[in-house]
Structures are given as structure tokens and as C-alpha cells.
Design a protein around this ligand. Structure first.
Ligand SMILES: [Zn+2]
Ligand SMILES: [Zn+2]
Length: 171
């Protein structure tokens, strides 16, 4: 959803937004239903502050065992500062302050809420998507799903580093 910032004043303007976003990144496919509550106001001429709160229901697949339809929820708060105009080049004016918000330069006074939400969704995702914290994953040797079946690869492997060669030769 596009939001036109013209007409936004120092008085906080709140809006709700919903987006369904699907994307794939490095072989990980995800779909999310995002609901967000945002508040925006004019901080000073040409500078807007956006505060938001997002909640998303995410569906993905387990990165260890490949199980599909893994559902989980994420939530995140975010702050942006939108500045109309060109981004100053990093130089004399560069301030090394630690900011608690993301600063975005806009050429037009319009923000695209789906850009904001997809960016924040990525930041809210866990480092690894798992069907279960204890997911045993696939056996690196025979490829079976160790949550559902067990194999003897590890035991054979444990006996001798070369034991696997024997099982391969048998086949
Ligand atoms: Zn799994
Ligand atoms: Zn195995």
C-alpha cells in the first residue's frame, strides 16, 4: 500500500496495514500474513517519523529436514525516519551517532508499506527455520528423515571412519 506523506502533520496519524508476502531467499521459501499498526508524524520540515508494530503468521519449511508447512509467528517493532531529499554523501556531514531507527531518504513524499513490512519481516525471522527445536534433520549419509526413521549410519560410522566404505561396497 502506498502512503502519501503530503498532508501528514506534527499530529500523529495512525493506520493499519495488512500484506501477504511470499518470497524465496537462498532456497528458503516463505509466505507471511502480516498485520501492522503504524503511526507517522512530521518531525520537522521534510522529516517524518514512522513507528510500527508488526505481527506475522509465517509458513515456511524446515531447514534441517525439509518438512513443509512449518508455521510460526513473529512480532517486531520498528522505527523509521524519512527524510525528503538526496542522501548526503558520507563525508563531512556524516554523524557517527547510534540511532534507534532506520533512516531512509525519499525523492518523492511517498512510502510503500509493503517495502517496509517485507524488510521488517526478514529482520524478525529466526536465524534458522525449524519444524521443532529438536529436529534431528536428515542423515547426512543416507538422507533419511531421522525424525521419522532411524538408520545405522552413525553407529557404523562411529566404529571406524572407514566403516561407511564397507556399507557402500556391499551395495
Ligand atoms: Zn525439521
Ligand atoms: Zn543414515
Amino acid at each position: 500500500m502506498k502512503k502519501d506523506l503530503t498532508g501528514i502533520t506534527a499530529k500523529e496519524y495512525t493506520f493499519n496495514t495488512e500484506e501477504d508476502i511470499c518470497f524465496s531467499d537462498e532456497g528458503v521459501e516463505l509466505c507471511a500474513k502480516i498485520v501492522a499498526k503504524c503511526a507517522i508524524h512530521l518531525q520537522k520540515k521534510g522529516v517524518y517519523k514512522l513507528f510500527g508494530d508488526l505481527k506475522a503468521k509465517v509458513t515456511g519449511s524446515c531447514e534441517r529436514c525439509g518438512k513443509q508447512q512449518v508455521h510460526f509467528d513473529v512480532a517486531r517493532r520498528f522505527n523509521y525516519q524519512y527524510i525528503l531529499g538526496e542522501e548526503p554523501s558520507l563525508g563531512s556531514e556524516h554523524e557517527c551517532r547510534v540511532e534507534d531507527y532506520d533512516r531512509v531518504y525519499l525523492t518523492d513524499p511517498v512510502i510503500e508499506s509493503s517495502d517496509v513490512l517485507s524488510e521488517q519481516l526478514v529482520l524478525a525471522l529466526p536465524g534458522q527455520i525449524l519444524c521443532d527445536d529438536n529436529c534431528k534433520g536428515l542423515c547426512p549419509l543416507c538422507g533419511i528423515n531421522q525424525n521419522l526413521e532411524s538408520c545405522v549410519c552413525k553407529e557404523t560410522h562411529k566404529g571406524s571412519p572407514f566403516a561407511i566404505l564397507n556399507t557402500l561396497q556391499k551395495n
